[in-house]
Design a protein around this ligand. Sequence first.
Ligand code: ZN
Ligand code: FE
Length: 259
Amino acid sequence: MIEILALHAFDDNYIWLLRAGGHVAVVDPGDAAPVLRHLEASGDRLCAILATHHHGDHVGGLAELVARFPVPVFGPLREDIPGVTQALAGGERIELPQIGTEFEIIDVPGHTRGHIAYYGPSLGDDGALFCGDTLFGAGCGRLFEGTPAQMHASLARLAALPAATLVYCAHEYTQSNLRFAVAVEPGSIAVQRRSEEVAAERAAGRATIPTRIRTELETNPFLRWDVPAVRAAAASRLGHVPADAVETFAAIREWKNRF
Ligand code: ZN
Ligand code: FE
């Protein structure tokens, strides 16, 4: 039985822990302190670190953790992250023997140039995806280092995973993302319903993550480039009908930057 636990860091980051038989692997430890507190309180032993991309809120705790626990550190090949011991370009499979699971590595450039995601098809009943700052609840990461075409292709890859897959992204942004989703698709009952559900969860102090691929396909404007209402919203921003899905995605992303 593998447990997946959330540690909170900074204002709205999640550091995900995979826990089995007294071992833990940690995803995107932007801060070492909450991880160290967990290890002390539980007696668990750290067995691996997984990093999705080079931003400080994802790897800031890495140096302190590896100084104390010399464990394998997985991270993107196309980014310079000190401490990474297993560099991954996408397409590989990695094993976490102490946890008893494996991941397929998916190359998802766009937010950063080498961003990778970790997909565990046999993790839990439905599979699990750790996607850093690429796909969020009802949103997606900003394009800091990549092009709209790259991010569109990356999101399309994630959208093609089994619909029930649980999505563990690295930030609690769902509620504010949904305010934008409502602006893009004011006529969508699914977006409206999710907004109300998420508002209730947040009011009760609960996390809205993990989400599922299915939920994102139904309500995330950054995966809905083929939906007429989203294409129409893009057209009204652009002043012309978007030529293709990439132009639709780019227009929606640009709108969100100013929203
Ligand atoms: Zn980031
Ligand atoms: Fe981040």
